[in-house]
Ligand binder design. Structure first.
Ligand code: PLP
Length: 387
């Protein structure tokens, strides 16, 4: 059987990783500043991560949600503490799209309504409900045009209110920072306005933190920079460093009932252990602080860069919008300098490195970038030491 070819692949076959380093089958070393779509949050093959998972695998890898699983309760508690959403409850599933799917479903159960508002350029996943809330013609399918999803424009509170005032929206779903679109952060004013409009018209505010969450932006969830709270938060990508898992954080105002949600694999022993290991490492190594610090270095190094039109993002969620004459730079960074980066269309380079990325590693990328674009290096990050 052939593979169903839906991906454009680089001609690189990684066989080994450690931290932000990756080696291909020919022994060539690459620096990973993409983390396989923001998934690798604590670096490749972290020793603590390996030891926790292998130990659990030797005890019990899986049982379904027919029995007690204290690892789920531990994960809920730890996640509640680190995220500041300790009074919420957690539903575990296996991916980002599934998390959004369950969030939308929960909102419609709770409100008895069927309509959902999403935003221009949004990406919420590939399953039927999640893709219906995705505004990207290459991803959207005719089948998913249900009519239940209405798209509004970011920053247009008036437009949002016009729709919501009809009173028939179960939910509004918005990314903490839009990722796939090319890194667009909604303003604090807009997020706070959205919060009050959802309250006013009885719609559930779902914030999709699948890409922007888990400490990447310098706070646990990106929307926390704006002092707003969601009714439901969805999370996935960085949650277990590549082990498939997704989570839905649900407000205490939304009550569960048996049979409302369900899953076979979700919250299994191995997945919970992988997620717990990630939280251990984030806390022990102060990775949220590191994300903020190294993110600030990237920002300083790239603001005013002559190859870019615009620097967007926060912390380690970065979009570099290239000037036309530098389109193609991503391939040169990969093949000439061995840096993995992400893209959004042809003109945006996305950096989504592991939260363990070091200042030194960031500097090596900036140096390669400035050399390839014919610029002089920015001033050193640390002032030189005299005496
Ligand atoms: C990746 C992503 C998803 C979908 O996650 P999957 O695990 O691929 O299903 C949903 N929302 C956002 C914001 C994402 O970046």
């Amino acid at each position: 059987m052939n593979l169903f070819e839906v991906y454009k692949l680089w001609d690189i076959e990684p066989v080994k990783g450690a931290g932000t380093a990756i080696w291909d089958k020919n022994g060539i070393e690459y620096t990973d500043l993409y983390g396989g779509h923001a998934v690798i949050s604590v670096g490749h093959c972290h020793p603590h991560y390996i030891s926790r998972i292998t130990e659990q695998l030797g005890k019990l890898g899986f049982y379904s949600n027919a029995v007690q699983n204290p690892l789920q309760k531990e994960l809920a508690e730890r996640l509640g503490k680190i995220s500041g959403y300790g009074d919420y409850s957690l539903f575990l599933c296996n991916s980002g799209a599934e998390a959004n799917e369950n969030a939308i479903k929960t909102a419609s159960f709770h409100t008895g309504r069927s309509k959902v508002m999403a935003f221009g350029k949004a990406f919420h996943g590939r399953t039927s409900g999640a893709v219906a809330a995705t505004d990207n013609p290459k991803i959207q399918a005719p089948f998913n045009k249900t009519g239940n999803v209405v798209f509004a424009a970011l920053e247009d509170l008036e437009g949002v209110e016009k729709e919501l005032s009809g009173g028939d929206f179960a939910a509004v779903i918005i990314e903490g920072i839009q990722g796939v679109a090319g890194i667009y952060e909604p303003s604090g004013e807009f997020m706070r306005g959205l919060r009050s409009l959802c309250d006013k018209y009885g719609s559930i505010l779902i914030i999709d933190e699948i890409q922007s969450g888990y400490g990447r932006t310098g706070k646990f969830f990106a929307h926390q920079h704006h002092g707003v709270r969601a009714d439901i938060v969805t999370t996935a990508k960085g949650m277990a460093n590549g082990f498939p898992i997704g989570g839905v954080l649900i407000s205490p105002d939304i009550k569960p009932s048996y049979g409302m949600l369900g899953t076979t694999f979700g919250g299994n022993h191995l997945a919970c252990t992988a997620a717990l290991a990630v939280l251990d490492i984030i806390e022990d190594e102060h990775l949220i602080e590191n994300a903020a610090r190294v993110g600030e270095y990237f920002k300083e190094a790239f603001l005013g860069d002559s190859a870019i039109k615009e620097y967007r993002g926060r912390g380690l969620m970065i979009g570099l919008e290239l000037k036309d004459e530098f389109i193609g730079l991503r391939d040169r960074l990969l093949f000439e300098r061995h840096f993995f980066t992400g893209a959004a269309g042809a003109s945006v380079i996305r950096l989504l490195p592991s939260l363990t990325v070091t200042q030194e590693c960031a500097e090596s990328f900036v140096k390669a970038w400035k050399e390839l674009t014919g610029q002089s290096l920015p001033r050193p990050a640390e002032p030189p030491c005299f005496g």
